[in-house]
Design a protein around this ligand. Structure first.
Ligand SMILES: Nc1ncnc2c1ncn2[C@@H]1O[C@H](COP(=O)(O)OP(=O)(O)OP(=O)(O)O)[C@@H](O)[C@H]1O
Ligand SMILES: [Mg+2]
Length: 319
């Protein structure tokens, strides 16, 4: 497998603040890698080192096979980056920003115009010639994303691309990220504080806390590592018969009687709901409520750090 990002013991201190304390990373070509962590965890600092904007104070990293310190200029021409603190000039139009970016990457004028045409669905058509001062936060984010894509980079860094966006704009960015990955094969390194976002988009997730990676894996594997799925059943009549029947099922690991409901531990929630429902029915139990609770990445974070991630996720999604 071809690695496009390889970091080895990467460190960065600011005075006596150890922002990044030895990070190892391996991201393969074609992956969407989600870098998940709370405020101040060190996500942007890692991204800035990988995009050559900050020099590491320890360790080393290669991006597209090139060293982030010795070959910074070559790396910069090959990657795209939409960073968290992107500052856009209010008195320019979206089109002007995109033209400037195209020129920066050495595209010819016709190439620039063609690329703007292709990307203008990302920014809104009527907005592309308006001053950026009139843009909403979501439009600025999407313009910034479009600017990072002008030169068709093979590797794209997105630092919290949807923070502060409303659910509709967030869904749009998600769609674009997915399309870039599946249609063009762009490798994407994306930081986020949103568990849902990592869960939704990433092939693999690295969890960073206080400058160190505390867990890594596919969202599913991370969630499985926390433990079993739980089917919660409120039985109003025939509890004893229900427990006896459930204990005889192969898919059931354990049945506990909680204060309000039976808690049935299963290894695969989705595949177990139906046999559990059938068994309850055959046992003659009256079921008032049956819910499946699968572990979330929030449970993973709690398990790994003893703390909730703390970001308020207003995307309205559940996982
Ligand atoms: N230029 C700097 N000077 C001093 N300290 C810094 C600097 N940049 C970052 N830090 C510190 O390094 C730590 C990590 O910051 P970083 O911006 O990487 O976090 P983050 O994970 O991106 O957080 P957020 O989700 O809020 O963007 C924080 O304690 C921050 O205060
Ligand atoms: Mg940040």
């Amino acid at each position: 497998m071809e690695m496009v990002i390889e970091a080895d013991g990467l460190k960065r201190s600011f005075g006596d603040v150890d922002a990044v304390r030895g990070v190892d990373l391996q991201v393969a070509k074609g992956e969407i890698y989600g870098f998940l962590g709370p405020n101040g965890a060190g996500k942007s600092t890692v991204v800035k080192m990988l995009t050559t904007l900050l020099t590491p104070t320890g360790g080393s990293a290669k991006v597209l096979g090139m060293d982030v310190v010795d070959q910074a200029d070559d790396i910069r021409l090959r990657i795209g980056a939409a960073l968290q603190d992107a500052s856009l000039d209010d008195k320019q139009s979206g089109r002007e920003i995109l033209r400037m970016q195209g020129a920066l990457y050495g595209l010819t004028k016709p190439e620039v115009e063609q690329r703007i045409d292709e990307l203008s669905t990302l920014v809104e058509f009527d907005a592309i010639d308006r001053w950026i001062r009139t843009y909403s936060g979501g439009m600025k984010r999407r313009l910034d994303l479009a600017a990072s894509l002008m030169h068709n980079p093979d590797l794209l860094f997105l630092d919290e691309p949807t923070t502060g966006l409303d659910p509709t704009s967030r869904a749009r960015v998600w769609e674009e990220v997915r399309a870039l990955n599946t249609e063009l094969g762009t490798t994407i390194f994306l930081t986020t504080q949103y568990l849902e976002e990592a869960d939704e988009l990433a092939d693999r997730v690295g969890i960073i806390n206080a400058g160190q990676i505390v867990g890594e894996g596919t969202p599913d594997a991370l969630k499985k590592s926390v433990g079993a799925d739980v089917i919660q059943v409120r039985v109003t009549e025939g509890v004893d018969a229900a427990i006896t029947a459930l204990n005889q099922l192969d898919v059931v690991d354990k049945v506990e009687q909680g204060p309000r409901a039976l808690l049935i531990s299963v290894s695969d929630g989705a595949a177990s709901v139906s046999p559990v429902a059938v068994a309850l029915d055959e046992a003659g139990a009256t079921v008032a409520e049956l819910t499946l609770r699968t572990p979330t990445l929030d449970d993973v974070f709690l398990d790994l750090t003893g703390d909730r991630i703390g970001a308020t996720d207003d995307s309205g999604g559940t996982s």
